[in-house]
Write a protein that binds this ligand. Sequence first.
Ligand code: AMP
Length: 331
Amino acid sequence: METVVSGIRSTGNLHLGNYFGAIRNFIKMQHEHRCYFFIADMHALTTHPKADHFKESVRNVLVEYLAAGIDPDVSTIYIQSDVPQIPELYLLMNMYAYVGELERCTSFKDKIRKHSDNVNAGLLTYPVLMAADIIIHKATKVPVGKDQEQHLEMARNFVNRFNHLYEKEVFPEPFAFNFGNELVKVPGLDGSGKMGKSEGEGNAVFLADTPEVLRKKVMRAVTDGGPTEPNQEKPESIRNLFQLMRLVSTQDTIQHFEDTWNNCTIRYGDMKKQLAEDMILFTDPIRERIKEIGSNETYLNKVIQEGGEKARESAAKTLKEVRSIIGFTNY
Ligand code: AMP
C-alpha cells in the first residue's frame, strides 16, 4: 500500500482537465492505497489574493469532488487551510529551495506573464507549498496532469536535499502518476494549450455545466477550413477535438470521424454535435450528484470535519519528526 496525495485549487469549478488529469486516477486508487485528497485554498491565494466568494468556491470544489466519485469513507478529504502543519512545513522547506530553481520553473514564468500586476512571492514558492502538501503525508504517488510534472521534479529535489543534509531518509521521493503511464494534458476548446479555469471564456468544459451551456461551448470550439487532401496531418485545433473525443466517445465514433477526416468528408458541425452529446452523457451522472450532495449541508460539514481531523493527525506525525530532526526544542 502506498500513500497518495492530490489536490485541486479552489479557484473555480472542476473541469474535464481536472477530472481526467487528476480525479479519475485518484478514484481508481482510493480503494487500494492510503489516499489524501485536498482542496488547495491556500494555493488559490497565489492568483486570487482576495477572491470574491472564496468560501463558496471551496464548498463547490468539495461538492464536485464527492460527486465525481471520491469516497470520504475510504479517502481522506480535507481543506488545505484546515491543516496548519502544511504551512509550517512549507516555511521550513523554503530553506531547502533555491530562488534560482524556482525562478526557472515554467509555470512561474507562465504565471508572471498572465498576472504581471501581481507577481507575489507565493507564486514563486508555489512548488514549495506543493511539495509540503505531498510530503506532509510522506506520499509517493501524486495523480496529476502533465502540467504538474516539473513541480514533482522540484519536490524530489527538495526532498533529496533535505534527506541528504540530515543524512536520513525522512521523506520518500514523490512521483507524478497516471494509470495510462503518459501524463495527461486535456486540451481546451479554444484551439490551443490546455483546458484550464483561467484560460478564458469558453475554453473549459465544467463538470457542472448544463447540457445547454456545454453544447454552446463545444459548438463554438475553434476549427479550421477542413482537410484539402486525403490523410492530411491535422492542425492543433482539430487534433484537440479528436483528443477530447477520445476521452468521452466510443471507439466506433472516433473511427468514424477519423475516416471522414482522412477522406476529406468531415463536417465539423456533426463532429462537435456528437462530441457535445458524448460529453453530456459522461457528465450527466456527476451533475445529478452535484445537485444531490450540494443540498446536504450536514453531510458536507461532517466530511470536512472528519477529513480535517484525519489529515491533521497524519501531518502532525511528520512535522514532529521534522522538528526533532532539525533540532527544535519542542517537537
Ligand atoms: P488546478 O486546476 O490547476 O489546481 O489543477 C488541479 C489538477 O488538475 C492537477 O493535477 C492538474 O495537473 C490537473 N489538470 C488541470 N488542468 C488540466 C488539463 N488541462 N489536463 C490535464 N490535467 C489537468
